[in-house]
Design a protein around this ligand. Structure first.
Ligand code: FAD
Length: 207
């Protein structure tokens, strides 16, 4: 089943078929008939009885546009789970979490929060336009800062790195970054510049 969130971004819901994953991991999707497969972070929670991914259709892309056309009941190849961006809050001595995402990079954080609803977190989500705050209602409003670079419909106008630059970050915070590589490099430098040790920074690069 496809749930459209914007013109280009949608949630694909698949049968879980007993697939076990740890929140933060990704699966490989293979559109039947295409040789290529692509990675997608799991968007749903560990305890949901379905499996969801959040996908943005990339212009000229081979797989993402095909996924948008999936019909109910249509088969799709699923492989995995894979990846080390796994999240288990009990493994951290500090229970303070900072999640920083661009675009669909918010997907693993959606899964974190669905799996652990009691988390003490702050989410900084960077998008171009305010309507790209995907399923914002699934996060606690006061814990989210939406940064919009193309309109003024967020909480802050500018990129996540611009926002972060002006913030005080407790050095003990566990920081998770997900999205495009440019953001991740910039944010990594800002966080380490603010005294966050490298060992407290975890990242997942989409492209
Ligand atoms: C670990 C991991 C997890 C990922 N999780 C997600 C996810 O949850 N949701 C999601 O939408 N994508 C995710 N991606 C990206 C996804 O795997 C595909 O790269 C994306 O869907 C494009 O595939 P395509 O076949 O349509 O385009 P392709 O034919 O592979 O390539 C088109 C071009 O677009 C670039 N590109 C890839 N992704 C984007 C993007 N989001 N915006 C702009 N340009 C892009 C590629 O670098 C490439 O140059 C993830 C990637 C990785 C490595």
């Amino acid at each position: 089943m496809i749930r459209h969130l914007t013109e280009s971004t949608f949630v694909v819901r698949l049968g879980r078929n007993n697939l076990q994953f740890q929140t933060g991991q990704f699966i490989l999707l293979n559109y039947v008939g295409l040789a290529d497969q692509r990675e997608y972070s799991v968007y749903s929670g560990e305890n949901d009885d379905y499996l969801e991914v959040l996908v943005r259709e990339v212009e000229g892309g081979k797989v993402s546009g095909k996924l948008k056309q999936l019909k109910v009941g249509q088969e799709i190849g699923v492989d995995g789970p894979f990846g080390f961006f796994r999240f288990d809050p009990q493994k951290f001595s500090s229970q303070k979490f900072l999640f920083i995402a661009t675009g669909t990079g918010v997907s693993p954080f959606h899964s974190f929060v669905r799996t652990y609803p009691e988390l003490d977190y702050q989410l900084i989500h960077g998008v171009r336009f305010g309507n790209e705050a995907y399923d914002l209602a699934d996060f606690e409003k006061e814990k989210v800062k939406l940064c919009t670079s193309g309109d003024e419909k967020g909480d802050f106008m500018g990129r996540v790195s611009d926002y972060l630059f002006g913030q005080k970050i407790d050095a003990g915070t566990n920081c998770f970054l997900c999205g495009n590589s440019e953001m991740i490099f910039e944010v990594f430098d800002i966080l380490t510049g603010k005294g966050v040790p490298v060992s407290n920074i975890y990242s997942e690069v989409y492209f």
